[in-house]
Design a protein around this ligand. Structure first.
Ligand SMILES: C=CC1=C(C)c2cc3[nH]c(cc4nc(cc5[nH]c(cc1n2)c(C)c5CCC(=O)O)C(CCC(=O)O)=C4C)c(C)c3C=C
Ligand code: FE2
Ligand code: FE2
Length: 362
């Protein structure tokens, strides 16, 4: 159970460092059915994601879903796969690299990317932070709106791994940033910039859906999504007819949050507005659900049903505005941890080594 008994170098490398674990959902290792199957088996078995009685769900998952969905999803992944790999991983890695460049010099913080499903995993990221001497860890799930299905599964994976640590770090967990002024401002600026070079059309905010039942049971996701959309619309001084919200990516037969993005787009294609701008504020980075479902599939659906114009505004990804916003968010959660240091990390290390040599207990 405890892996680190007798590891004398444990956390002494650069004592008292701050670690930042940036978490995202994850993605398959490749756009082939076998890789997608491995990813979906892990993802869809998470009781945070699918709340169903385990034995029945196991039979449905392994008996039906994992026999059909992997090849369909692999086909979708192939439409958006890049030479560098899955867009979600490419954008998340670039974002985390830039966050590291911003946070390392100011706080001597170590930053690592960990995914709930697939790799790099959350345990891998935590072990990397531990190796780098992180004794205080901020966890930032890249989900602006809290949901039990996403944010809480990051929490589960973090705490499950920390149960194996002898010396658990101090921990701060960022639950959501759906109404953060920097985040709202970055979205609004991104839309304004888009409208400088494209026509200003009806703005449809499409969020990933979840089963309606979860919201009825207390998940704040719907309210936080609506608030984000309202705040961005207010920043842009949009009138009531100029924007709306919908929910995408339903899976299965149960009712999910409405209106569904594809159904809403078909209504718009028939009876207007026939010219739309799409944005997905709930996705910190572009991924299958934005690039294949929104930018390709729904665009085609809309235009073939009589729609006239359809623009997709990319996620914030590793843009300057996103890096600045998240750096600021993390720094606010570091406050009070990072006291002005009277010793450089090297001096602190030397002090510790002296103490250990002189036989001091620790
Ligand atoms: C079956 C239930 C699902 C729930 C509930 C759910 C919630 C949810 N998901 C995201 C973000 C992402 N989901 C992504 C892919 C994806 N999601 C589901 C199912 C549920 N999601 C599936 C089966 C898949 C895999 C792809 C497919 O087969 O359709 C992704 C993209 C991953 C990628 O590799 O690019 C993201 C991101 C949120 C934010 C959310 C609840 C708020
Ligand atoms: Fe999803
Ligand atoms: Fe999907």
């Amino acid at each position: 159970m405890v892996d680190y008994l007798g590891d004398s170098s444990y956390q002494h490398g650069s004592a008292n460092r701050i670690g930042v674990l940036v978490a995202n959902l994850g993605t398959p290792d490749g756009p082939d059915p076998a890789s997608v199957r491995r990813f979906l088996a892990d993802f869809l078995w998470d009781p945070r994601v699918v709340e169903a009685p385990r034995p029945i769900w196991w039979l449905a998952l392994h008996g039906v879903i994992l026999r059909i969905r992997p090849s369909k999803s692999a086909h979708a992944y192939r439409q958006i796969w890049t030479p560098e790999g899955s867009p979600l991983l490419v954008h998340s890695s670039a974002l985390v690299k830039r966050l590291g460049e911003a946070l390392q010099p100011r706080w001597n913080a170590a930053v690592a990317l960990g995914m709930s499903y697939g790799s790099p995993s959350i345990p891998q990221a935590l072990e990397e932070l531990r190796r780098q001497g992180a004794q205080r860890i901020v966890v930032l799930p890249l989900y602006p709106q809290y949901s039990g299905t996403t944010t809480a599964s990051v929490f589960d994976r973090v705490t499950r791994q920390l149960q194996r640590w002898r010396w658990v770090p101090e921990l701060r967990f960022i639950g959501s940033y759906h109404d953060d002024a920097g985040y709202v401002g970055a979205l609004a600026t991104s839309i304004e910039q888009h409208w400088r070079t494209h026509e200003k059309n009806h703005l449809l905010f499409s969020f990933h859906g979840i089963p309606k039942r979860y919201v009825t049971a207390g998940d704040p996701y719907y309210c936080q999504s609506m608030k984000t959309a309202r705040l961005v619309a207010e920043r842009l001084s949009l009138g009531e007819q100029e924007w709306s919200v919908s929910f995408q990516s339903q899976v299965g037969r149960e009712e999910w949050l409405r209106p569904y993005t594809d159904e809403r787009l078909l209504e718009y294609a028939r009876s207007g507005p026939k010219r739309v701008t799409l944005m997905c504020p709930g996705f910190a980075t572009d991924c299958l659900e934005t690039l294949e479902e929104i930018a390709l599939r729904n665009r085609q659906l809309f235009l073939e049903a009589g729609g006239e114009a359809y623009d997709y505004i990319p996620a914030l990804n590793s843009s300057d505005a996103h890096v600045a916003t998240l750096t600021n968010l993390i720094e606010r959660h570091i406050q009070g941890w990072a006291e002005p240091s009277h010793q450089t990390p090297a001096e602190a290390d030397a002090t510790l080594r002296r103490a250990l040599r002189s036989g001091a207990q620790h």
